[in-house]
Design a protein around this ligand. Structure first.
Ligand code: ADP
Ligand code: MG
Length: 326
């Protein structure tokens, strides 16, 4: 089973940022309102994710580390919705198989927290407020070949920050902070707004900068089976690199050719030359219209009718930018 987990790890865990993505995902699934990430050496030596979510009861701690252990699938109907979100119960087991992992957790109703050391299996009482802390030390220590492929600490840190940024842009209601080598590198406070456009604008200002918000317009296409909201940069805000292009499908960050192409087509007539538009787009679509589980890293989706999605995204941006349609 350890070996299978290590093979799974080869697919799921590419670098510290992949671990960060999975752990932050779990914290959000647990209903956290505040998530703190602490890293040493770009995450290679240590990744700690602390949350204030529902916690894991003492007796379930060893189960959380087992393959196919997931508390998130209740029945078959649930399986369909849950699969779109990518829950597979593999991540923690895979990560723990290529690191020194421990979980410290306390559900609100439990007297004490418990700490589980994944290597030794030792479970002992410890101190903690309600919530969960997952600690991942010495990633790839047992697979030096993988470790060799990692880049400099600064590069790995940048990837970790990008992982959190992708989550943060989907959840303005949750606060995030990132520490590296004991220094606070990013802090995005929870936005307590009930207006989604306003909340998004405030989170975007924190994460991508005030300039982005000043140089962008709200996107809101609510008619039809596919809704598209978010913000699109005006042509003047375009950059030389496609580094500020964020797309979400049903709340999940994706990288998808159909979406990128749709956005590019919307900007075609207003953006000349090689410049890249900037945008954060949130697509909501009936889960029955997408195929999931294309790839274990969960970044990919496949639309059953990609023309329909392409058109919805393109029109949404064109309308936002007031680009006349032929
Ligand atoms: P999945 O998220 O696909 O269910 P994981 O391997 O990522 O699988 O996690 C296994 C299980 O451990 C989860 O289903 C959940 O029950 C529990 N778990 C992991 N992280 C947390 C957390 N931060 N808070 C509460 N429960 C957690
Ligand atoms: Mg998970």
């Amino acid at each position: 089973d350890e070996l299978i987990s290590q093979i799974a790890a080869g697919e799921v865990v590419e670098r510290p940022a992949s671990v960060v993505r999975e752990l932050v995902d779990n914290a959000l699934d647990a209903g956290a309102t505040q998530i703190t990430l602490r890293l040493l050496a770009g995450g290679v030596r240590l990744i700690t994710v602390e949350d204030d979510g529902v916690g894991i009861p003492r007796e379930e701690l060893p189960v959380a580390l087992r393959r196919h252990a997931t508390s998130k699938i209740a029945d078959l109907h649930d399986l369909e919705t849950v699969v779109t979100m990518g829950f597979r119960g593999e991540a923690l087991a895979a990560i723990a198989s290529v690191s020194e992992a421990s979980i410290l957790s306390r559900p609100a109703g439990q007297d004490s927290a418990y700490l589980l050391d994944a290597r030794s299996g030792e479970l002992r009482p410890a101190a903690r407020n309600p919530g969960t802390t997952v600690e991942i030390k010495e990633l790839f220590f047992s697979t030096p070949a993988r470790r060799k492929f990692l880049k400099t600490d600064a590069t790995e840190l940048a990837h970790c920050v990008e992982s959190v940024r992708r989550h943060a842009l989907a959840r303005p209601d949750v606060g995030f902070s990132i520490w590296h080598e004991g220094k606070l590198v990013e802090q995005w406070r929870a936005v307590p707004s009930s207006d989604p456009q306003e909340a998004l604008a405030r989170r975007l200002a924190d994460v991508l900068g005030e300039d982005f918000v000043a140089q962008s317009v709200p996107v809101e296409r609510l008619n039809g089976a596919i809704t598209v909201t978010g913000r699109a940069g005006i042509p003047d805000a375009a950059r030389s690199r496609p580094d500020h292009q964020y797309c979400y499908v049903n709340g999940r960050f994706v990288r998808d050719k159909v979406l990128t192409h749709a956005a590019r087509s919307a900007y075609e007539d207003v953006l000349h030359g090689q410049k890249q538009p900037i945008y954060a787009l949130y697509i909501t679509i009936d889960p029955a219209r997408i195929d999931v589980n294309v790839h274990p890293t969960k970044i990919e989706v496949r639309f059953r009718d990609s023309r329909e999605v392409h058109q919805a995204v393109r029109y949404a941006i064109e309308d936002a930018l007031a680009v006349p349609r032929a």
